[in-house]
Design a binder for this molecule. Structure first.
Ligand code: CA
Length: 676
């Protein structure tokens, strides 16, 4: 009912009207509000906007509504008069305007301008700029061969057999390197990750050496495309932003480069960073925000094909499922082409290994399946995950949305589990609310939903789930588990506020327990950078434009919380060494995971049995005590190795036991293993 697309009768009329001139603004608006977008011409060539060889430069702009279109050539990225203006011609079959120049335009800048119903709109770099000048106002014509670091031809990310083998570390450029204690020279820059041998003021490894020491497999970097909120011409003012306001989707952000005025700098330096991570065996995941743009009227989408790329409500206003003023229309062919080809471009040109889709449910299922298919065809190790929800209502029907609940209609796509997140630590936005790991009763069944990665399990009652009421995943490969990310309070802040009055030691115990649940659960674990040094954000929930004093990680804390860092490092090593935590089928999970019958609140005890997923351990026993008192559990008589107990963890064992009644300390995990 909320679908804006009209019935077939009026669609036929519109198809006919495509090749006619539409007389006035009102008629055009009426036309657009009733348009059947599926009948518009589209173009899926990868040469849109600019392609060139040594002799000619070809401009192609998809803009089926425009009355006229032209290209303007400039000497610089800002200022000055156009050196040349080229008028373009329309191919009505594709909706593409084109012009070919035989002049040498290398290292020039360009914009497009369209005549929309008699009015020339503002100039735009287009939607397919691959290089830009400062602040992304004009596209740049560059020689991409000059952007490649030495050895780029053979550069490759780590091989990934199953997404459940991946350990994700979510990081922002500035958070990671800005602090005065980071020991890093190129603070806040792509090339910060090229610096090895860096140390905190008090002597602990920082930078890329820190990531290697921790042992994660993939860095997930907050938005890296060119975004709007930072003035790249005023970098000394040290602005901070998460970057969820895209302008140029196919160009790296300039403020993370050493020289945003030089179009080569941002591209070359981002590639250098990716290569440095790849050389360290670490993959790179990009956070992509195709679901909305930073500005609406005047965005590059609106300036190239007004009205096409965004969904609207029936009253003609922009719909806003992103909560940021607009939402894009992936269900329209040219927007779908745009997303799919953009993903392909980042993989081929920048060697990106995986993508995290912001507010993925604003996109339709068909588009997401196409994205995953193309990504896998470029690199079989690639993977896609996203937020399976929207921030507001959308005209896109629920059954078409790439929602968490629809994950089973998608192939090779995973969704974040808000089930485990909220059940373990308490509600994400209600800061005082506590969860399983902080002693609040009633979260046990939802934690179990997290442990089995939202797959059907005979001992898990989904009716008792806090968030989801059914087993929405048919494979653990569809689930990303986490207790903290860039959004909302850090785990450190959440524990400080919800466990008011508790000692630092108690809060650290709760943090260890929370992450132990995440990292031993089926699915793919995800952590927010800096949690391993107990990083806080001084209680700020939404730090998207907070200063570095809130967001930057103080690396001196690594020494202060060395015990916590070592615990997480060992936890990651445990997961990597044992495939039992990384099963790939729901059938295996249902067969190999056996929950013990415990009655006490805030207590979960279960086994992973049968040398699950080829594990050398026949049985792993996991007991989570989220209460603030000791709990005694009965363990079957056998020769057990103690892997974790009372805040200590080592995959090679910290002791042995014959089983029987074992005490589990408050807010801690007990992990035992036996080979037979
Ligand atoms: Ca920018």
């Amino acid at each position: 009912m909320r679908n804006l697309l009209v019935n077939a009768g009026s669609a036929a009329m519109i198809a006919l009207s495509l090749v006619t001139v539409i007389p006035d603004m009102q008629a055009k608006e009426a036309y657009r509000s009733s348009v059947n977008y599926s009948l518009l011409p589209s173009y899926n060539g990868e040469d849109l906007e600019l392609s060139h060889d040594s002799k000619s430069f070809n401009f192609k702009l998809w803009s089926p509504f425009a009355k006229e279109a032209r290209v303007k050539i400039y000497k610089n990225g800002v200022g000055g008069e156009a050196e040349n203006i080229f008028n373009m011609t329309l191919d009505r079959n594709t909706g593409v305007w084109s012009y070919t120049s035989d002049e040498n335009l290398m290292d020039k800048f360009y914009t497009f301008q369209i005549n929309n119903n008699g009015q020339w709109l503002d100039e735009t770099p287009g939607v397919w700029a691959k290089a830009v000048g400062v602040n992304g106002l004009r596209a740049a014509i560059i020689d991409f061969n000059k952007t490649n670091p030495i050895g780029w031809e053979t550069d490759k990310g780590p091989e990934v057999k199953n997404i459940t083998d991946v350990i994700i570390y979510e990081m922002h450029y500035r958070d990671f390197s800005m602090h005065k204690n980071s020991g890093i020279t190129n603070k806040g820059k792509y090339v910060a990750l090229l610096e090895d041998g860096t140390l905190s003021l008090n002597g602990e490894k920082t930078g890329i050496d820190h990531i290697k020491e921790l042992g994660i497999t993939h860095v997930h970097i907050l938005p890296s495309y060119d975004y709007n909120s930072i003035d790249e011409s005023q970098l000394p003012s040290n602005q901070y932003n998460w970057g969820y306001d895209p302008i140029n989707y196919n160009v790296p952000e300039g403020s993370y480069s050493t020289n945003p005025v030089d179009p080569y700098s941002r591209i070359r330096e981002m590639k250098q960073m990716i290569k440095a991570l790849h050389d360290a065996g670490i993959g790179v995941i990009m956070d992509v925000v195709y679901n909305h743009t930073g500005i609406t009227e005047g965005s590059n989408f609106e300036l190239t094909a007004p009205g096409y790329y965004y969904r609207k409500r029936q009253d003609g206003t922009f719909s806003d499922a992103s909560g940021c003023g607009n939402e894009t229309a992936s269900d329209r062919q040219q927007m779908r082409n745009f997303i799919v080809n953009s993903i392909k471009y980042w993989m081929e040109e920048f060697h990106i290994d995986g993508f995290r889709f912001d507010l993925m449910a604003i996109h339709d299922i068909e588009t997401m399946n196409e994205v995953a298919k193309v990504a896998k065809s470029v690199n079989p190790s690639a993977f896609i995950y996203g937020e399976g929800w929207t921030a507001g209502d959308s005209p896109l029907p629920i059954e078409h949305r790439a929602l968490k609940e629809n994950v089973d209609k998608m192939t090779n796509i995973a969704v974040f589990s808000d089930d485990i997140r909220d059940a373990v630590k308490g509600h994400y936005s209600n800061e005082k609310d506590r969860g399983f790991a902080t002693g609040k009763e009633g979260n046990e069944e939802t934690v179990k939903i997290g442990i089995v990665a939202a797959t059907a399990h005979p001992q898990v009652n989904y009716k008792k789930g806090n968030n989801s009421k059914f087993a929405y995943a048919s494979s653990p490969t569809q689930i990303i588990n986490y207790v903290s990310c860039h959004d909302d309070l850090t785990l450190t802040d959440k524990l400080a506020i919800s466990l008011e009055g508790a000692s630092v030691e108690d809060r650290i115990s709760a943090a260890k327990l929370a992450q132990t649940i995440v990292f031993t659960s089926q699915g793919t674990p995800f952590m927010f950078a800096g949690e391993e040094v107990f990083r806080d954000k001084q209680g700020v929930h939404n730090s998207y434009k907070s200063p570095d004093s809130i967001n930057a990680i103080d690396w001196n804390q690594k020494k202060e919380y060395r015990d916590l860092f070592d615990y997480y490092k060992n936890l990651i090593a445990l997961r990597k060494a044992h495939p039992a935590f990384r099963m790939t089928s729901a059938k295996d999970v249902a067969k190999n995971i056996v929950f013990d019958n415990v009655k006490e609140p805030n207590l979960i005890s279960y086994s992973i049995k049968n040398n699950a997923n080829g594990d050398e351990w026949y049985e792993i026993k996991l007991v989570f005590n989220g209460s603030d008192k000791d709990q005694n559990v009965k363990i079957s008589k056998a020769d057990w190795t103690i892997i974790a107990n009372d805040g200590q963890l080592d995959k090679d064992g910290i002791g042995t036991t014959k089983g029987g009644s074992i005490k589990v300390s408050p807010r801690s995990a007990l992990i035992l293993a036996r080979k037979k």
